[in-house]
Each structure stands twice: as structure tokens, then as C-alpha cells.
Design a protein around this ligand. Structure first.
Ligand code: CP
Length: 317
């Protein structure tokens, strides 16, 4: 990927594909877009069509991509709910992608199967952005997570971060872990054994010399960490509902177990939606950054769409 008037990012599929400089460039572009007037922004993607194909439920990712596109002057074309589209008649995923390629300039796709976004990118000549594929990757979430951390901490380097909850099926955690390998973190993976981080990702950390610990109780790292990254135990991803029943509700944070027990400037992030793992009584504390984090999805996703369309050039003129 090149940047600043030279971007030729064909697709954004996985944090495995992104170099450190590319990540930082996208974050910088997001910052510049955020500081731009609404009037100026409307010209950036004028005349472009962004399509959103969500084969899985979403509130934040779908709506923020669509809002982000509209605020850049683009039009949005959204695949109807699967039940009302020709997927219901048996049309293949790749045929659907070929159709949408003809109708739009960028394809944003979420799918329950790992690898679906890459398959879409291999099928389409138009740029594809992965909006979450199964338990695999969620790069737009990762970029907005990094944007939030950078905004709050002033750096991405040498931070101590705890990932808590569903680390096995959590694509947000998989993506962010991969991205953090560029920034010398210390990572605490806090989960019950059946939801611990996959071995292939731990091997990757070892290979990159990243320090990490495996824990079952977040209280064993709470006083050390800069970022508490909470996740939902995702019932929908468990092959066996009995396993879900064993671990549901295992981690709940609230004022009582956080305030006064963590660093004064620790921040709590969560990709959302939450169920019961963050008590609402934390929402008005200085630690709670999860709603701001979700809001940061707008400039970050704007930067991603501009990057894949090579539109950063106009921005920097
Ligand atoms: N964080 C996230 O992906 O939220 P949605 O499922 O609502 O898009």
C-alpha cells in the first residue's frame, strides 16, 4: 500500500496484510478527515457508490460505514436482508459479489465464514473491505480501536493490554492482537480455558518476540494494564450450547471491581454490542471509552474507503 496521493490499496481484508506504516497512515488520514469541515468532506467521494453486504447481524459496522460514506458524498447501496435477496434462491456468494461489483465502486462485506472477504476480493475487480469474517478478522474494528488508543494514550508503543472474554471466537481480538505486534505490547489473555486464544496466534506472538501471559482472572493483571479490552461471550459462535452455558456471565466488570483497583488512566474498550459483561454503572466513569470508540468508526472507515479508492490524493491537495 502506498499513501499520501499514492495509495493503491486494492482491498483491506486482514491485519496480517498491513504493515506498520500503512496502519499509521490510515490513522493519520482519519485524524485529518475528522478535523475537516463537513462541507469539504462531502466532495471526497462524490459520485461514488459504496455497497454494504451483511450476511450477519450488525449495528455499528454497517451503519457507520454507510454514515461514513454518505458524509463523504457517496451513495450507499445495501444488500437487502438475506431472506429478501437472491441468496435465498440459492445464488452463490461469488455470483452475488460479481453482481455487486458491477453496481458499485467499493464492496464492504461481512460474512459468517472465515475467509469470505478474501474470496470476495479474489472475485471482484472493485476494492473489498472486510467488515468481519467469522472468527477470523475485523480490520475496520481494529483500526478504530487503535485510533481510540492513540487518541487517549498519545502512543501505541509499549502498552500493556488485557483482552478479556471470548478470545477463541473473537475476531476483534484476533485482528487487534496481530496489529499490536508492530507496537511492542505486553498482552494479558484472560479467558476460561475453552475460550483461550488460539495456538496459531500465540505462536505468531512468540515468533515476533511479543510478551504475553495467559490468565483466567483479570484481577491478576488489573493494576498493571493501560487498556482493558472487554469482549462479549458470543453465544452464536458456540458449536455446543452447553459449553456456552458453562462460561456465560463469567466476567462482569463494574464500579465495585474496577474503580480504585486499576491504574488511574486505564481505559476500558469493548467492540460492542455488550450483554452483561460491562455494568452500566461504569458508563459514566472516566475509564469507559467504548461509546467514543464506536463513534471513532466514522473517520476511520472514511479513511479506509478513501484509501481503497486512492482518494487520499484529493484530500492532500
Ligand atoms: N463491533 C461490531 O462489529 O459491532 P456490530 O456487530 O454491531 O457491527
Amino acid at each position: 500500500m502506498k499513501f499520501k496521493g499514492e495509495i493503491v490499496v486494492e482491498n483491506i481484508i486482514s491485519m496480517n496484510d498491513m504493515k506498520k506504516k500503512e496502519i499509521l497512515d490510515i490513522l493519520e488520514l482519519a485524524r485529518k478527515i475528522e478535523n475537516c469541515s463537513e462541507e469539504k468532506k462531502l466532495k471526497f467521494l462524490h459520485g461514488k457508490i459504496i455497497s454494504t453486504l451483511f450476511f450477519e447481524p450488525s449495528t455499528r459496522t454497517k451503519m457507520s460505514f454507510e454514515s461514513a460514506a454518505m458524509r463523504l458524498g457517496a451513495n450507499v447501496l445495501s444488500l437487502p436482508p438475506v431472506e429478501q435477496s437472491s441468496v435465498k434462491k440459492g445464488e452463490s456468494f461469488t455470483d452475488t459479489i460479481k453482481m455487486v461489483e458491477a453496481y458499485s465502486d467499493v464492496i464492504v462485506v461481512r460474512h459468517p465464514f472465515d475467509g469470505a472477504a478474501r474470496l470476495a476480493a479474489e472475485t471482484s475487480k472493485k476494492p473489498v473491505i472486510n467488515a468481519g469474517d467469522g472468527s477470523n478478522q475485523h480490520p475496520s474494528q481494529t483500526l478504530l480501536d487503535l485510533y481510540t488508543i492513540l487518541e487517549e494514550k498519545g502512543t501505541l508503543e509499549n502498552l500493556k493490554i488485557a483482552f478479556v472474554g471470548d478470545l477463541k471466537y473473537g475476531r476483534t481480538v484476533h485482528s487487534l492482537t496481530k496489529a499490536l505486534t508492530h507496537f511492542n505490547p505486553t498482552i494479558y489473555f484472560v479467558a476460561p480455558q475453552i475460550l483461550q486464544m488460539s495456538d496459531y496466534l500465540l505462536e505468531d506472538l512468540k515468533k515476533n518476540g511479543i510478551k504475553y501471559e495467559i490468565l483466567e482472572d483479570f484481577r491478576n493483571c488489573l493494576d498493571k494494564i493501560d487498556v482493558f479490552y472487554m469482549t462479549r461471550i458470543q453465544k452464536e459462535r458456540f458449536p455446543d450450547v452447553e459449553d456456552y452455558e458453562k462460561v456465560k456471565g463469567i466476567y462482569v466488570i463494574n464500579r465495585e471491581n474496577i474503580v480504585g483497583k486499576c491504574k488511574d488512566d486505564m481505559i476500558i474498550l469493548h467492540p460492542l454490542p455488550r450483554v452483561d459483561e460491562i455494568d452500566k454503572n461504569l458508563d459514566n466513569t472516566k475509564y469507559a471509552l467504548y461509546f467514543k470508540q464506536a463513534k471513532n468508526g466514522i473517520p476511520v472507515r472514511q479513511a479506509m474507503m478513501m484509501a481503497v479508492l486512492g482518494k487520499d490524493k484529493e484530500f492532500f491537495l
